[in-house]
Write a protein that binds this ligand. Structure first.
Ligand code: P6P
Length: 300
């Protein structure tokens, strides 16, 4: 089966972008190897108020370091950093958004977590998600896998012992499906969201929720359905981050025939106002998102 490098070459991927994607993929093995002895809480919080484990910080530093040294990157924003990092040696280059270890608290209970990456060709990470050059994620689960798109389909690879990636599935298309992932506490759900979830249950949808967005999304990508982390009664922007989670995952969802929405509008059309911006988020099968938006817009 094709390697990630062969697949990118066959897809006609821009040489520098290919080099960058491969460089990022090569960090999967060292990050996975660090799982065993870096899972204690570091006693610090990130800008979003999330408690950091040692691995959050270690993976973040590793990725930022290799990106700085790559001489291909102008701008880096990470969920674990409070400010945008301008790589001053570069007057042009790619912009990168990182969620180094989404769902990291689940490592302690041996559940799947992942690295979510967005890549912007002109270095501007504060533009609409639809303009991305690439979105990818690495899942550290029973297998270590990598999913990427450069708007030429969505493709999945599995990591081999030597840390290289081999094609597992090509041109993934999100099925209609019948899974749903209901983020947030029920007591904090708005009435209209509660009624939406009830409609999914009454139409036979099955609940699947792990607490790692990237892992829960991957299940929706493969089996179909809808993931939600909605506006809450006390947090109208919900919990998930526009830059680090919503835009890259939405870019992949769209390319696989799915959609991503705030419930009212397309998240890939939102121009971020700040790097810590949160958005209410529904991502899943196109028809489900379309029905959801009609329902939410018409709700009285
Ligand atoms: P809750 C992980 O911390 C995360 O950012 C997402 O990966 C996940 O979907 C969500 O938060 C889980 O939040 O409130 O269910 O713990």
């Amino acid at each position: 089966m094709a390697t990630l490098e062969e697949h990118l070459t066959d897809a006609g991927c821009d040489e520098k972008l290919k080099k960058l994607i491969l460089l990022l993929s090569q960090q999967a093995k060292p990050i996975k190897n660090a799982f065993v002895d870096k899972q204690n809480y570091a006693g610090t919080k990130n800008m979003h108020g999330d408690d950091q484990i040692e691995l959050d910080k270690w993976a973040d530093e590793l990725l930022i370091d290799v990106l700085r040294k790559s001489e291909m990157v102008k701008t880096i924003a990470s969920e674990e950093q409070s400010d945008i990092i301008e790589v001053f040696t570069q007057d042009k280059g790619f912009g990168i958004t990182l969620d180094p270890l989404d769902g990291s608290s689940l490592i302690a209970v041996n559940l799947t977590v992942g690295t979510i990456i967005g890549i912007y060709g002109d270095g501007n990470i504060l533009q609409k998600g639809k303009n991305m050059a690439c979105a990818m994620y690495i899942l550290y689960g029973p297998l270590t896998t990598l999913v990427y798109t450069i708007k030429k389909g969505v493709h999945e690879f599995v990591m081999k012992d030597d840390g290289t990636f081999e094609l597992l599935r090509e041109n993934l298309i999100m099925p209609e499906g019948k899974l749903y992932s209901p983020g947030g506490l029920k007591k904090d759900h708005t009435e209209k969201h509660t009624k939406f979830l009830e409609s999914l249950e009454s139409s036979g949808h099955k609940l699947r929720y792990s607490g790692s967005f990237v892992a829960d999304f991957h299940q929706i990508l493969r089996y179909g359905g809808i993931f939600s982390y909605p506006a809450l009664k006390d947090k109208e922007s919900g919990k998930l981050r526009l830059l680090f989670e919503a835009k890259p995952i939405g870019f992949i969802a769209r390319e696989a025939g799915g959609e991503i929405s705030t419930g009212e509008k397309d998240i890939l059309e939102i121009t971020p106002k700040s790097i810590d911006q949160r958005v209410p988020l529904y991502v899943g099968s196109k028809s489900k998102i379309q029905k959801l938006e009609e329902y939410m817009r018409g709700y009285r």
